[in-house]
Design a protein around this ligand. Sequence first.
Ligand SMILES: Cc1ncc(COP(=O)(O)O)c(C=O)c1O
Length: 345
Amino acid sequence: MSTPVVDLRSDTVTRPTPAMRAAIAAAPVGDDVFGDDPTVLELERRCAALAGKAAALYVPSGTMGNQIAVRVLTSPGDEVLLEEQSHIFLYEQGGIASTSGCLAHIVRGERGALTVEGFEAALRPADDHAARLSLVCMENTHNRAGGAIVPLARMQALAAAARARGVGLHLDGARLWNASVASGASIAQFAACADTTMMCFSKGLGAPVGSILVGDEPVIREARRVRKRLGGGMRQAGILAAACLHALDHHVERLAEDHARARRLAAGMRADGVAVEEPDTNIVIATLAEPLDPARVLAELEAQGVRMVAFGAGRIRAICHLDVDDAGVERAAAVFAAAVAAARS
Ligand SMILES: Cc1ncc(COP(=O)(O)O)c(C=O)c1O
């Protein structure tokens, strides 16, 4: 029997468990565009309650959730403040410009966290020449910062500063579940720092499709319209929402296991010429010193059935998730050490 591949490229590669597939098969469904899919309605109700918000909207992807939020919270010509390594800025194809007509104002954060000082410096005088800064987008956990948790206190301080200036806030919480489990702060506490929060089910929670956008009633009503415009209105979507409900019941607390495995993997990957920051959550980033070539290391890994990805100059990323167990992590660490040794030769 061949050794199974250990796929650490992303936490999006998980496949539905048998129990999740059973929940999908049993889901009552209706036409969600007419607003009568009971499983989608249940998912939206539960997520709104969990986040301490009045309403929620199930959307096909995290990208769509983020883009809908920006569209609803801005007007064309507005500026949006983004951390320079954020997903919305780097990986959503300039969507805030094409979908919302907005300018991206990027600033460097601290381990992914936007600072109050960075926000204050981004403000411009209320002058007819200047674009209005109308929205701040936060990301927690921060992917490019290696799954770093943006501490609740930092988000609260930023939210207070933005609100004092009448500036809206959106939280890209694709992995907010991880931040909550690892820090002990609740989803509602984080979500209270923003007008809208997007959270993904298709990452650490292991569902096949979908994200949720939570916020106040009028904002989510408008978001529903924008979702339809973008082609994101789905019909018997309860099939998908059932997997998300199952994930909420069974896959949130267990994220702590992924975090513990990520710490073990990080320890196993550290070596001469390989720096690995202690992970806050499930993402491990290795930074290779010259002359180690990440492409060579990745090729050696792939040849031995361990998958990771290139993540910027000299960097390799590995993410622990539902489909990687202790044995997988041990094998990945051993194969990584061998790949680094081979890349030195
Ligand atoms: C921080 C963050 N936000 C948003 C997204 C987008 O999610 P999706 O792939 O569902 O569009 C991702 C995906 O990796 C992400 O890491």
